[in-house]
Design a protein around this ligand. Sequence first.
Ligand SMILES: Nc1ncnc2c1ncn2[C@@H]1O[C@H](COP(=O)(O)OP(=O)(O)OP(=O)(O)O)[C@@H](O)[C@H]1O
Length: 347
Amino acid sequence: MSNCIAPWANSWTPLFAASKNSPWRRQLEIPIAKAWGSGASSERKFNCTCAAPPMSRDDGVSSAVDRSNSLTSENVGVPRVAKDEFDFLIECRDVHKSFGEKQILKGVNFKIRHGEAVGIIGPSGTGKSTVLKIMAGLLAPDKGEVYICGKKRRGLVDDEEISGLRIGLVFQSAALFDSLTVRENVGFLLYENSKMPDNQIAELVTENLAAVGLKGVEDHLPSQLSGGMKKRVALARSIIFDNTKEAIEPEVLLYDEPTAGLDPIASTVVEDLIRAVHFKGDDALGKITSYVVVTHQHSTIRRSVDRLLFLYEGRIVWEGMTHEFATSTNPIVRQFASGSLDGPIRY
Ligand SMILES: Nc1ncnc2c1ncn2[C@@H]1O[C@H](COP(=O)(O)OP(=O)(O)OP(=O)(O)O)[C@@H](O)[C@H]1O
């Protein structure tokens, strides 16, 4: 099972979820991703609790694509707020990935810091979803490293590979388990891994569904929901956590095109929910420390993220704050923002 996506994680978070002998897992016939070469210990806990404001990077790109891949935060004059490596929850360093002969990622570098709301944008097929899967530990890079709270990840994510940072992935399709009710889908992790009694989990599920604007759907099957409702159920599933635990680990949520296929108003609902579950104080709906959104939608870029990474031809060719995107002088960004057929991006 090494070096492949865990099919069972073709859903949201259960990346660290169901125990190996779980009847749920057997029932669902979900194979488990095996970590390879993992020296990681389940005892490992990292201190990831420092906070940092969003990082801004000026549009200092003179050529369309910086082939030397010099756009890393260390060398573009970004004010260095981070005090040490633990300021960064996730870091991709020189990540390469190919599928067969096709080289998709050719040296991707970026860091996600505590408290950040980051968007990954770029033309179709450039590898944005692949980057998310690598961050989540569902795919291993061919070359390069992924650091979680300053510690190098070895292999793929496995039940034993609990690092002290929870990483959830919300797939574009919502990817609910068809044969489970909404309640079972949303409470999946807690039914599997927590010591909470079922009635308490059911209450928590109802609370989390209400938080995303859904009421009375607990006994529905996913097939009885609209596309927008499914996305909201997936969101509820991604924000639910065991509130009986004394310490809540920080969580990074990765959203793959969360608003694709939604009408403009449904998109706004989801975009605002993504913001609302970001932990910014006691009034937050959820406890999401940082999040990363892959999107093509301008409204999602505007409403949901503060900082953008532009992926093109296998590398991050531009980084900046969301408000800098529209006024960027980078030819790639300008073409992408305007949707023009003229420019360095060729289809
Ligand atoms: N498991 C896989 N096996 C083979 N090829 C793959 C696999 N996953 C992705 N690819 C290929 O890698 C490339 C990048 O795919 P990816 O889904 O990461 O792009 P993307 O930027 O998210 O695209 P889009 O914006 O269209 O969703 C595509 O050409 C895709 O066909």
